[in-house]
Ligand binder design. Structure first.
Ligand code: DQA
Length: 157
């Protein structure tokens, strides 16, 4: 019964700039689901999967770098939508590269079928995998993927 007292693995979800506006921001591109709804869905799914889920949103590059650094000691996996910083931030890429845990990059839209400047992801080369163009569903799929990756380490028979 030792597993009952072991805290569940914890996943951090980081949302970058302007994602606080989800639901009313260009809904034809990003959908009508709000960030609160996405976060609540992830927490509910986490309960089903045996994962704790923490969420964080910031419009500030340095705050995102700080949060990524802090995840090293406290979390077992990361979901990140760095939003516009995906295309610009070497600092966020470097922070992700320093993390020793599975990382899933999520984008609501398919960044490859939009303006050319969105096709480059500076973070793509340092994450475990990417989920693009599936809207809010992409976050749930990312959490399921992390559960699969983390499960072998926590299975108690
Ligand atoms: C985004 C795509 C980015 O190009 C854009 O700057 C965003 C959101 C997405 O989830 O589709 O803010 O990361």
């Amino acid at each position: 019964m030792g597993h009952l007292s072991t805290p569940p693995p914890c996943i951090l979800v980081i949302h970058g700039p302007n994602l606080n506006l989800l639901g009313r921001r260009e809904p034809e591109i990003y959908g009508r689901t709000t960030l609160d709804e996405i976060n609540r869905n992830l927490a509910d799914l986490g309960v089903q999967l045996g994962l704790a889920v923490d969420t964080f949103q910031s419009n500030h590059e340095g705050a995102i770098v700080d949060r990524i650094q802090q995840a090293a000691g406290s979390h077992n996996g990361l979901i990140v939508n760095a939003a516009a910083f995906t295309h610009t931030s070497i600092a966020i890429r470097d922070a992700l590269a320093a993390l020793d845990m599975p990382i899933i990059e999520v984008h609501l839209s398919n960044i490859h079928r939009r303006e050319p400047f969105r096709s480059t992801s500076l973070t793509a080369g340092v994450v475990t995998g990417q989920i693009l163009g599936l809207g809010a569903t992409g976050y749930s799929l990312a959490l399921r993927a992390l559960a699969e990756m983390i499960r072998p380490a926590v299975t108690v028979v």
